[in-house]
Design a protein around this ligand. Structure first.
Ligand SMILES: O=C(O)CCC(=O)C(=O)O
Ligand SMILES: [Fe+2]
Length: 339
């Protein structure tokens, strides 16, 4: 049996287009209060057509026979590489409390090097490599625009974050992840599609599909609250036709640490909502990370300094400043026992 869905939380929806002069402060406010924010998918957005093509590709990939997916399994990849297919039963995002592994499959696609993907693809995926790369590119652009507005909100140089996420300068841990949560017959009350966790990187873009709910975030009071798929769904009907859904964005642990805890990396999970437990869920996440060698010395913003002084939060280990790669390896080792 699935879980009863909790009440929806009103996550802010922000328009980042240049006509909205308040975007930087609205973004900072949402990132410090909720750690989650919806960003209107306009201007330099991710084309709606590309999003639906990616979901179609995801559906056909996960529907392929296990032997096919096995060919590019994460286990068959070199140790330490976070790329490839994860079968159901591999990942348990909240090992301390979960009785069974997450009920999901995933395909992790790493970033490009000199315009090429750096991992094997199956025959089914091969003809779509150009689409995958175009999708990665527009996701990254979208992230960079968010970083510019965040820098403005924090009153630091506008390129402070973007230069540290500039893919032309070197590798990073950025991953595009297609997720498939099948409905299952042997569901137990304690089963989760994704256990409680926070994301590792700087920011995550999340794409969801109408009619496939399940994402919940933990509120400061410790309660679970459901996240909408369309935050405008209460709008006047006429206004909704042909409207592009905003993109859900959340802050990851690295950015929380980098800002001395000012921006919040909020714990979230995916449940089997009782109303939809017979349905599959597909989602797509773009986990954006800084360049591997970016140093995580505190972001030089007065708001960050003031916050860190108040809370006494430090992001060094034994006085040493971590790089983004050190930070990611720490988290991957804790989750997957990768050596
Ligand atoms: O599928 C979702 O809605 C959320 C996925 C997620 O939180 C993750 O993969 O980190
Ligand atoms: Fe997540």
């Amino acid at each position: 049996m699935g879980s009863l869905s909790n009440t929806e939380i009103g996550i802010p929806v922000i328009d980042l287009s240049s006509s909205n002069r308040d975007a930087p402060s609205q973004l900072l406010d949402a990132a410090t209060k909720y750690g989650f924010v919806f960003i209107e998918n306009n201007d330099v957005g991710v084309p709606t057509r590309d999003i639906s093509d990616m979901f179609n590709l995801s559906e056909s990939f996960f529907a392929a026979p296990v032997e096919e997916k096995q060919k590019i399994s994460i286990a068959s990849n070199q140790a330490g590489k976070n790329h490839g297919w994860l079968s159901r039963g591999i990942e348990k995002l909240d090992p301390a409390t979960q009785q069974r592994a997450d009920v999901k499959e995933a395909l992790n696609i790493g970033e490009q090097k000199n315009g090429e993907l750096q991992q094997p693809m199956t025959e089914l995926l091969e003809p779509h490599i150009r689409d995958i790369k175009r999708f990665q590119d527009s996701c990254h652009k979208f992230c960079q625009r968010i970083f510019e507005r965040l820098a403005e909100g924090l009153d630091i140089e506008i390129s402070w974050f973007t230069s540290r996420h500039d893919r032309t300068k070197g590798p990073s841990g950025t991953v595009l992840r297609l997720l498939y949560y099948p409905h299952v017959g042997d569901l137990e009350d304690f089963d989760l599609r994704a256990g409680a966790h926070s994301d590792f990187g700087s920011i995550t873009l999340l794409f969801q599909l109408p009619g496939q709910p399940g994402l919940e975030i933990k509120t400061p009071s410790g309660e679970w609250a459901a996240v909408a798929i369309d935050p405008h769904s209460n709008m006047d009907r006429n206004a909704q036709t042909n409207r592009t859904l905003p993109i859900l964005v959340n802050i990851g642990d690295l950015l929380e640490d980098w800002t001395g805890g000012l921006l919040k990396s909020t714990v979230h999970r995916v449940i089997f909502p009782q109303s939809e437990e017979k349905s599959d869920r597909y989602s797509i996440a773009y986990f954006c990370h800084p360049l591997d060698d970016a140093e995580l010395a505190p972001v030089p913003s007065k708001a960050v300094q003031d916050h860190a002084t108040r809370t006494g939060k430090r992001n060094t280990r034994d006085g040493k400043v971590l790089t983004a790669k050190d930070h990611l390896m720490e988290r991957l080792e804790a989750t997957y026992s990768i050596k």
